[in-house]
Design a protein around this ligand. Sequence first.
Ligand SMILES: [Zn+2]
Length: 78
Amino acid sequence: MTMNQQICPKCQGEMEQGFVLDNTHGARIVSHWSSGQPKKSFWTGTKLSEDKQIPIGTFRCKDCGYLESFARPEFDAS
Ligand SMILES: [Zn+2]
C-alpha cells in the first residue's frame, strides 16, 4: 500500500499528507491510535497499553478539506 498519492473519496481532489497534533504538557506529538476501549486511570487520565499504539497519519483534501486517517507505524515522528 503506497501512501504517496491519495485521491479524495468525496470530490476526487488531491490530498496532502499531514498529521493530527496532540498538545500535551506543552509538547506537540503525533496522535496515536490505541486498540480497545479507553480505561480511566487515576495517574494518567487515560490508561494506555504502550505496545498497542500506532501513530496516525491524516490526509487532507486540498479542495474540500475532507480528512482521512491511517494508523500505520511509518507515520511516527522521525
Ligand atoms: Zn475533496
